[in-house]
Design a binder for this molecule. Sequence first.
Ligand SMILES: Cc1cc2nc3c(=O)[nH]c(=O)nc-3n(C[C@H](O)[C@H](O)[C@H](O)COP(=O)(O)O)c2cc1C
Length: 178
Amino acid sequence: MNNLLQVIKERRTIRKYQDKPISDELLNTILEAGRWAQSWANTQCWHIIVVKDGKVKEELQKTVPSGNPSYQAIVDAPILLCLCAKKNVSGFYKGNACTPFGDWLLFDMGVFAQNIALSAHSLGLGTVIVGLLDQKMAQQILKLDDDKELVALMPLGFPADIPSAPPRKEIKDFVQYI
Ligand SMILES: Cc1cc2nc3c(=O)[nH]c(=O)nc-3n(C[C@H](O)[C@H](O)[C@H](O)COP(=O)(O)O)c2cc1C
């Protein structure tokens, strides 16, 4: 299998982490992968907050419902990436939304997050995108300005457990040819 396809297929959502720090060099390599993500008109709306402080992680964990399977990962992972985005940039031209979708920040942040997830996996690390949380509360904890939005949290660390792959739909079940 081609190497990239192998990384794409073998990447799993990781929710359990080893108690092992991540070097700044490794973190920077992963952020570099995010830096090269494609975005609307190359607007690069991302703003990433790297949380290493255990107390801040504990505060942010309170924004995640305890039933979220990644609840513990928020405090266990050595690094917690907070994926924030500048509003009214992606999908806008001269201050006006170009499409009926309005702000494309979620789309661009998804592309960014996938670059992070794939590069992390290729380097032996694991991640999970945590979208189910109280974004407003997390925004306050992070003292984020109103021109930005917190989209998701992304714990990052060395995997302690690699789950088996959840099933995928067959191509024929989601592709239409006309
Ligand atoms: C936008 C988005 C939000 C997600 N939010 C959560 C979450 O809040 N908690 C969680 O445990 N997993 C979350 N996930 C992970 C998915 O559950 C996971 O990607 C999916 O089950 C497929 O598993 P895989 O990533 O191992 O292929 C999220 C994934 C995406 C793309």
